[in-house]
Ligand binder design. Structure first.
Ligand code: ZN
Length: 234
């Protein structure tokens, strides 16, 4: 049996590294060939200590940063939709859903990971991706998908009770720190969330990567605890 495919669907280059670097690395180490769909170019973000640049320059840089981080984490495919940063809510929902359905179908994903309803930070691009991913999967047009997870480090559902799968950051921290550092233009927000990258985070919210199982073969919010993301796949 081939290893089931896990896909990550996010809004900006760096969303996947913040929340899922250790999970992605574990999947890659197990031969899982994880893939990423990134909806925007991240061109409205800050530029960290790199100085001023145009939106176009930042978009090109962030694509390179994501490629570098992806290599560190072990992503085998990074597909860009190339929408302008901050504008996902203006993209017709059906159009976004169509892209997601196509991505899922192309890679025959068994498991999908995306943002929770609040987008973790409340960013409207994150929220738009959450709803479009839900719609793609709940529409019945993605029959390969068996499970949908929300990556929920800072949310209500990310409290210990609701967490289905918890990936410990500690054994992977040097790798995660390196992947975060690859997003050099985003270094200020990275340092704000994770602190000094030389040290394993002490903050309860960033010491782990919690995932909540939102849907499993038609059942919403199945209450369970899992050892791996592959648990109960058929
Ligand atoms: Zn983001």
């Amino acid at each position: 049996m081939t290893t089931p495919k896990v896909g990550f669907i996010y809004a900006h280059p760096d969303d996947e590294t913040f929340g899922c670097a250790c999970l992605i690395r574990e999947l890659a180490d197990q031969g899982g060939e994880p893939v990423l769909l990134c909806a925007t170019r991240g061109d409205a973000g800050k530029t960290g200590r790199l100085g001023e640049m145009t939106r176009e320059e930042l978009a090109v840089l962030r694509e390179q940063e994501l490629r570098a981080a992806g290599d560190i984490m072990g992503l085998t495919v990074i597909q860009h939709l190339g929408y302008p940063d901050g504008k996902l809510k203006d993209v017709p929902r059906e159009e976004l859903v169509e892209h997601i359905v196509h991505f899922i179908h192309t890679h025959q994903l068994a498991v999908v990971v995306t943002f929770p309803e609040d987008g973790i930070s409340g960013h409207l691009d994150h929220v738009a991706i959450h709803h479009a991913t839900n719609e793609a999967i709940f529409s019945g047009r993605c029959p390969s998908v068996q499970k949908l997870y929300y990556n929920a480090p800072f949310t209500m559902r990310g409290t210990a009770d609701g967490v289905t799968l918890q990936i410990s950051v500690e054994p992977h921290w040097p790798m995660k720190a390196e992947a975060l550092r690859a997003h050099q233009s985003q270094i200020f927000s990275i340092e704000r969330v994770f602190g000094n990258l030389e040290q394993i985070p002490e903050n309860e919210l960033t010491r782990g990567e919690p995932f909540v199982l939102a849907w499993e073969r038609g059942t919403h919010w199945p209450k369970k605890h899992e050892a791996t993301i592959y648990d109960d796949l058929i």
